[in-house]
Design a protein around this ligand. Structure first.
Ligand SMILES: Cc1ncc(COP(=O)(O)O)c(C=O)c1O
Length: 417
């Protein structure tokens, strides 16, 4: 006898209390914050040793010469755009699907984001399509690892070298991942990471860049790190007191948290990847679900969410109905945010409210994979949490999906589809 779907009045398949997946700061992180508070260390000058310590840990981990902390990955990306020398009428090739922080800052430089579709398997920018967008105005390429899966970073590096372009990695969701023995974030000219919620090192807010290029380090520092420290090259000393009009310093309490959390990084990456693996294996048993592909040679970065394509025609339920039925079972699954389909992002469509003559409207025909994402990519937030093995939850999710598959005819009747 088949079990009745929860949407039709049956019992929920998932009993998970999602609160237990919350990634709370550990004891050491809490102690470091309390110590800083008690000592009144609430300025960047006072915690400079902790900042140095975190930056050293990051540059060592990525085998890169320099690391520089920021108050967010968004500001790290903003500084990176200025660091590579992006100016009016330049072009930067960016993925048609990703996160806005790697695209919107381009507008402040007067340059233009040029969208390139993403690969279906990794959802990162498609290297095979990039060359057709390169012209004399192109200054660089941006890669984003939306679900921790490394994109084809080696190929991107090759293209960037061939055309003398900069490669910026938005590695906010890629920390701990590897491609061919190199860490995600260290393959580009600049790699940017985030310490905001859901990241494997979470410090409330914060970010960091890694680079091997001294000039890029100096320029990133000069954009928004006033007073606190000097650039390496005296050419940029003119910015050391004031920076270039914005403030990007990391918050002193965030740096205390991130510095302690870093010491658990490898353990967290391992647990997160184990959880991701068990969810992926579970999802792969369903012919109407298509998961992202991780090359055997690569290692996924630790990100708390996962994504998969739902094939409407294989199961015979509309995407919205499938999601409704899953949520009725107690699953927490939703459609990918529209704003991440960047080529059609609403802020870019209306950018002329802030920037003269700048309005970006792109045709969906040029971006079939990004368009497929908009229609059929489902996301599960937080379930790959590093805080505990999620094996049992993946079994519950499996039951929920099976139940829906067994009740397709009844659900369609119920929804009049
Ligand atoms: C892929 C990606 N890039 C950039 C960011 C921005 O990071 P932050 O919140 O530190 O600015 C995020 C935040 O979630 C992200 O997921």
């Amino acid at each position: 006898m088949k079990n009745k779907a929860a949407l039709l009045g049956g019992e929920k398949a998932v009993s998970l209390n999602y609160n237990i997946l919350r990634e709370l700061p550990g004891n050491k992180e809490t102690e470091a914050v309390i110590k800083a508070l008690k000592e009144g260390n609430l300025s960047a000058h006072r915690v400079s040793e902790t900042i140095d310590s975190l930056e050293k840990k990051f540059s060592d981990y990525h085998n890169s010469k320099f690391a520089l902390t920021f108050n967010s990955c968004t500001s790290a990306l903003f500084a990176s755009m200025l660091a590579i020398g992006l100016k009016k009428d330049d072009e930067l090739i960016v993925p048609a699907y990703g996160y806005h922080s790697a695209v919107h800052p381009i507008l402040y430089t007067g340059a233009k984001p040029v969208f390139c579709d993403v690969e279906e398997n990794t959802l990162s920018i498609n290297p095979c399509k990039i060359e057709s967008y390169i012209n004399e105005r192109t200054k660089g390429i941006v890669n984003i690892n939306m679900w921790g899966i490394p994109g084809n970073l080696n190929k991107l590096r090759e293209i960037a070298d061939k055309y003398h372009l900069s490669l910026i990695e938005d590695a906010a969701r890629g920390l701990g991942g590897m491609v061919n023995g190199k860490k995600i974030g260290s393959i580009g000219d600049i790699g940017c990471f985030s310490f905001s919620t859901g990241k494997v090192i979470s410090a409330g807010e914060g970010g960091i860049i890694v680079t091997n290029n001294e000039e890029l380090y100096d320029r990133s520092l000069s954009v928004g790190h006033p007073v606190f420290r000097n650039p390496l090259n005296p050419k940029y000393n003119c910015f050391s007191d004031t920076a270039m009009g914005v403030k990007h310093n990391i918050h002193p309490l965030s740096v205390c948290m991130a510095n302690e959390a870093f010491d658990n990084l490898e353990k967290r990456v391992l647990q997160n990847n184990e959880n991701y693996g068990s969810f992926t294996n579970m999802l792969n048993q369903f012919p109407f679900i298509e998961t992202l592909k991780l090359d055997k040679k690569d290692k996924r970065g630790a990100w708390s969410g996962m994504a998969f394509f739902y094939k409407e025609s294989e199961l015979g339920l509309k995407t919205n109905t499938f999601i409704e039925a899953l949520n009725a079972e107690g699953c927490r699954i939703k459609q990918e945010y529209d704003s991440n389909v960047l080529f059609n992002n609403s802020a870019l469509r209306n950018a002329d409210l802030f920037f003269k003559d700048r309005k970006f409207k792109n045709s969906e025909e040029c971006y079939p994979i990004a368009e497929k994402i908009r229609k059929n990519l489902l996301i599960v937030e937080n379930l790959c949490s590093y805080s505990m093995p999620t094996h049992n939850f993946s079994e519950e999710y499996s039951k929920a999906i099976k139940k829906i598959a067994d009740n397709v005819t009844e659900i369609r009747g119920f929804k009049n589809e």
